[in-house]
Design a protein around this ligand. Sequence first.
Ligand code: NAD
Ligand code: ZN
Ligand code: ZN
Length: 351
Amino acid sequence: MRTRIAMRAFQLVEWQEPPELREVPVPEPGPGQVLVKVGGAGACHSDLHIMQAPAPPIGARLPFTLGHENAGWVETPGPGVTGFAPGDPVLVYGPWGCGLCANCREGRENYCEKTAGMGGGLGGHDGGMAEYLLVPASRFLIPLETLDPREAAPLSDAGLTSYHAVKRSLHLLGPGSTAVVIGAGALGQMAIQILRTLSAATTVVAVDTAADKLEIARRMGADEGLLSGDGAITRIKDITRGQGAQLVLDMVGVDSTLQMAAQVARVLGHLTVVGLGGGALPVNFSSPPHECSVTSPYWGSIPELMEVITLARQQKIKMLVEHFPLERAGEAYQLLHDGKIQGRAVINPHA
Ligand code: NAD
Ligand code: ZN
Ligand code: ZN
């Protein structure tokens, strides 16, 4: 079967303007590249930040197709590509590095020294909210085997980013420990499940401004769901006998959540800022607590993505997916913006 020559793509055409569904050419895979028939492309909250950004990200060019959380089936392996055949279900690793610098050689292409881990859908290359996605190298494809690309797409960002953020702090999460997840949206829900499965000993506390998200968080394994505010801070202090949590994951990153995070983290703990809310955290001798490390991880590594797929195959983690056809991508982002997506909205261009 021949791939078509034109396709529909959901593109950002002007900064701070709504994206548009446009007709564009289907890309041809060159040597080493792979054309993927898109099964699912997740609508990540970062896309809202990109669309609303006052200044374009460095290296960005318009127009480009949105969607950096992608999965599908191999359509056409380019010349020289081995190990993949048409029809293979694959998850796309999102941050596309050079493959040659020290970080890339360790599989941490999210921290590539040359490309800063900018992948498709983030401004430099076209993303997956289209019928087909051109992936620049076959090493960015991970076989999904039994998993359905229409459901699995969020593993590549919501799953991987949360997995990396939790895994780097696992040594703190021994018996009796507490982890706090602020923001129980797509990433937060993944983090709760990952904390539950990687660390049986930890008390997991979810904090959100939306009661429905807290209900979902409890269903996904959170021991407590707390509405954001002073009451949440008091309760977390109670749970931790006044000491604070070993790990605080801030999946929002605005001033008020960062402030809360600093108040509920403990001495020698980890305060991990994942959310791109644009807030700032004042640092002085007594806040955050002594020797509490603050870090801002970006995405995760290729080996970690393979581990995430394993957890999904073992049914230890599952994203709550709401499906949308490509022509409703704009509506999906509007619902995400309004807080009306329960887990992750995934665009299915071939639904
Ligand atoms: P989402 O919209 O699915 O979830 C956000 C959640 O935060 C919602 O449940 C919302 O109710 C809650 N929330 C909003 N304000 C809050 C507050 N003041 N206190 C508590 N909860 C609050 O978003 P998502 O797709 O899960 O993304 C979460 C954040 O992570 C975004 O900022 C996104 O840009 C960022 N992100 C970062 C990386 C990375 O590599 N660091 C990767 C992906 C996404
Ligand atoms: Zn994202
Ligand atoms: Zn590199």
